[in-house]
Design a protein around this ligand. Structure first.
Ligand SMILES: C[S@@+](CC[C@H](N)C(=O)[O-])C[C@H]1O[C@@H](n2cnc3c(N)ncnc32)[C@H](O)[C@@H]1O
Length: 247
């Protein structure tokens, strides 16, 4: 381990959860080694950077990255806010191992928890931020509702959730005011083969993200001010940035 860094993987799954299915990052576990290269070429880094800007994490705050995968959103957060206390949550042990290796190489501290979105690690009302990137569409209906309710439990009053995922209203390709759309790497997504792009946008719950799906999820759980704060349109799907505040 690099001196000064603290990287741990904790398995918080119950015996029942050990057999619980989940949809891995690339759809198939054997495709995981391609994940980072694929998402880098696809310009996902620009989505992470925008999510970090929108989250507005302050020095020393606690953040849980739900569905962290190989940790790229967490690392974008830590690059911008080196003293944030970041925990990555994901059911995929192999992804968490990759995230741990990357954290050690980068010399950053992170806690990685093997578990599911509907059981967020941490005490009640202790968390400043929840962030999540391209993960909600991997979570089934019960898991989504459970996630929103547990987010309400885990965040402190005034705590913020920032979600980026496929979804929102129908595409608006002509929106010249869309700031994330102007970020160069996002345009790389358009060069991907159609089959690959459509695989990226698949998942059990993409349909639940459409229109006001994500906003309604947080409204029904009891969050105040859930709303889309930005979006990106491209050929494999519309990407929405949704934020909500814990009352
Ligand atoms: C497309 S990847 C996104 C990874 C990362 N957030 C990123 O932006 O690169 C989706 C992730 O969601 C995770 N996932 C699937 N089901 C989940 C669940 N029920 N709870 C939390 N994460 C889940 C997968 O294991 C995968 O790592």
């Amino acid at each position: 381990m690099t001196p000064g860094t603290d990287v741990a993987i904790i398995d918080q799954r119950t015996p029942e959860e050990r057999n619980r299915p989940f949809l891995p990052g690339m759809g198939k576990t054997w495709l995981l080694p391609l994940y980072d290269t694929f998402t880098r070429v696809a310009g996902v880094r620009a989505l992470h950077q925008r999510a970090v800007e929108l989250a507005g994490v302050e020095p020393g705050q606690t953040v849980v990255d739900v569905g962290c995968g190989t940790g790229n959103l967490s690392f974008a957060l830590l690059a911008a806010h080196p003293d944030a206390q970041v925990t990555g949550l994901d059911p995929d042990r192999d992804s968490l191992r990759r995230a741990a290796r990357k954290a050690r190489r980068r010399g950053v501290s992170i806690t990685l928890v093997q578990g599911y979105a509907d059981r967020i690690p941490g005490e009640d009302a202790a968390l400043d931020h929840l962030v999540s990137s391209l993960a909600l569409h991997h979570v089934d209906d019960d898991g989504r509702v459970g996630f929103a309710h547990d987010a309400l439990r885990a965040l402190r009053p005034g705590g913020k959730v920032t979600v980026v995922d496929f979804g929102g209203p129908s595409p608006d390709a002509g929106d010249a005011t869309n700031s994330a759309h102007r970020h160069g790497p996002v345009h790389a997504l358009r060069r991907l083969p159609r089959q690959v792009r459509s695989r990226m946008a698949q998942g059990p719950s993409v349909a639940r993200n459409l229109d006001d799906g994500i906003v309604a999820l947080f409204a029904q759980a009891g969050f105040t001010e859930p709303r889309e704060v930005d979006h990106v349109d491209h050929r494999f799907g519309r990407v929405t940035f949704v934020q909500a505040i814990r009352p």
